[in-house]
Ligand binder design. Structure first.
Ligand code: NAP
Length: 526
């Protein structure tokens, strides 16, 4: 999504530009995530690029929340329409990127041994592109098929009638489980901590509705621009306490019946900021879960105990809760037991008294998430000006200025870097802005004869402190989720890390525009 648009913009400047892509083809997250059920939870027509009217008018979305194959077709269409593929090299994984003070540029080494140099290095490496596996004993000895959702095999995976284990219950698992529950023989869902999920309410877009949407793209994008998350859903500005409890309830019924993230991002602001408001709404959603799951014990297990609604990313679901009403779908809670090991034939649990239980399965799907945002950076050994490794600098958490640059790494521009706005919003809306801003920075340098840009250490310290302050305003500060950099499968990532900008996209855009207008305050040019 990001690299495609950056390439398009740089070609407009007549730049000599090359995209290196680790995978076999175009698409990034939409190339890799091919698990059944994978689809948008942004409205399709808010997710497409906005930079070309012609593109907007010629592309029809088939559903309000399009599935992965359609999005991949869309991205290929964009690449072909603007003739971008010839500037891309696939199967090209960058292993090291070293700043060369003598030339003021970057020296790259790829995993196939190739060496390349460039003046500017722009990263469009994704925020959820470093999948993480758990570390259970015996994983290699499993005799059936086993894979991470991100690495869903190309050759068809036979699920019909099979015994399947899904480990994890995040947004990915929730989509997957809803999609496969009917066809599998037995489904065992291993849940460590429950998530608050809400109905997606997807539906097709008939041609007349698509025509109306096309006619209102200006309004749609303007609406996205006004909201903190870049979605069409913005917070309700009424004060929680000023709305009578029975009116709040009526409003919540409406939200729960609305498509997409309305229930999360169109709610009262206090739901995400105030413990009491959050508890009241969580109780409302808990009742919804109880109403949808037949077995009361299973329903209680599906209601999160350790966090309130919306402080972790809300998985949007289609038939997720109803899946547990099927005889052959089993919720296996890891609240009082843990996975002891993977056996050649399945999954073994053990309780604190040492009692074990085996679950025999044919397929194990690890829906265990990602080393978010910094994981993609950690896979490349970035070496800065004084021989400093970025991995060392960010060992206890990233520090950046605006999420765009980190001190000591000149001419390295992060398009969806930690602590920027792209990583906390409807991605395409924010990355179009990030790419435009980066492109203007490069234009500014060219116009002014600058060869080198870097951020000052002071600007970085100040920005990182600001990022921490913003976390403190939201209940998500206590969440154990990728929003706070938590990942139990990565050493050192069970601490809170400040990965995202929580001030909202409009505020971020205003701020970075002012900084650019103020001769790029906080940046140093040479
Ligand atoms: P995730 O939200 O991080 O969920 C990972 C799940 O695996 C959690 O339930 C976690 O349990 C569990 N897990 C991890 N290690 C485990 C272990 N060792 N033992 C047992 N359980 C373990 O990852 P995700 O579901 O892939 O979603 C990540 C993000 O991708 C989402 O938040 C969203 O931003 C994005 N996404 C987007 C879409 C979309 O746009 N439509 C769809 C899917 C995903 P704990 O909670 O206990 O750690």
């Amino acid at each position: 999504m990001c690299g495609i648009y950056q390439l398009y913009r740089l070609l407009q400047l007549d730049a000599d530009v090359l995209v290196l892509e680790a995978h076999e083809d175009v698409g990034g997250t939409w190339w890799k995530n091919r698990y059944p059920g994978c689809r948008f939870d942004s409205e399709s027509y808010t997710y497409g690029y906005s930079f070309s009217d012609e593109l907007l008018q010629e592309w029809d979305w088939s559903e309000h929340f399009a599935a992965q194959p359609e999005t991949l077709r869309y991205l290929n269409h964009v690449v072909d329409k603007f003739d971008l593929r010839k500037h891309m090299q696939f199967d090209s994984r960058v292993e090291t990127a070293t700043f060369d003070a003598a030339t003021g540029g970057w020296h790259l080494r790829l995993d196939d041994g190739r060496e390349l140099t460039c003046h500017y290095l722009l990263t469009a490496i994704g925020l959820l592109s470093a999948p993480t596996m758990p570390h259970f004993e015996g994983m290699d000895d499993f005799q059936g098929r086993a894979f991470h959702t991100y690495d869903w095999p190309d050759d068809p995976v036979e699920l019909a009638g099979q015994r399947v284990a899904v480990i994890g219950t995040g947004a990915t698992a929730v989509q997957l489980i809803g999609a496969i529950a009917e066809e599998v023989g037995e489904l065992y869902v291993f849940q460590r901590r429950a998530n608050w999920c809400a109905p997606l309410h997807n539906r097709p877009i008939p041609p007349d509705e698509m025509a109306r949407l096309k006619a209102s793209y200006d309004d749609i994008f303007a609406a996205c621009d006004r909201t903190p998350g870049g979605f069409i859903h913005g917070p309700d500005r009424r004060k929680f306490d000023e709305v009578a409890p029975h009116d709040r309830r009526a409003f919540w019924e409406e939200l729960y019946a609305s498509p997409g993230f309305a229930v999360w991002l169109g709610n009262f602001r206090e739901v995400l900021m105030d413990e009491d408001a959050n508890a009241e709404f969580s109780a409302f959603v808990a009742d919804k879960i109880r109403g949808r799951v037949d077995d009361p014990e299973t329903a209680e297990l599906l209601i999160p105990q350790d966090h309130g609604f919306g402080v972790q990313r809300v998985p949007m679901e289609t038939g997720y809760y109803e899946a547990y009403n099927r005889e052959h779908v089993h919720l296996v809670s890891l609240r009082d037991r843990s996975i002891e090991r993977i056996t050649p034939t399945g999954v073994r649990l053990v309780d604190p008294d040492g009692n074990s239980e085996d679950f025999a399965v044919d397929v194990i799907v690890y829906a265990t998430g990602f080393d978010a945002i910094t994981g993609a950076f950690d896979r490349i050994d970035f070496v800065g000006e004084d021989g400093q490794h970025l991995g060392d600098k960010w060992q206890y958490g990233p520090s950046t200025y605006l999420g765009v640059q980190t001190a000591g790494f000149p001419n390295l521009i992060m398009l969806a870097g930690p602590q920027g706005a792209s990583v906390s919003t409807n991605f395409p809306r924010a990355i179009e802005h990030a790419v435009d801003w980066a492109t203007e920075l490069i234009e500014f340098m060219t116009t002014n004869g600058h060869q080198r840009v870097e951020v000052t250490a002071e600007a970085e310290v100040e920005w990182t402190a600001h990022i921490k302050e913003l976390y403190e305003m939201l209940l998500l500060r206590n969440a154990k989720s990728w929003f706070t950099g938590y990942n139990s499968n990565v050493e050192g990532h069970d601490i809170k890390r400040y990965l995202i900008y929580n001030g909202g996209a409009p505020r971020y855009r205003k701020l970075v525009a002012e900084i650019a207008a103020d001769e790029y305050r906080g940046f140093r040019f040479a």
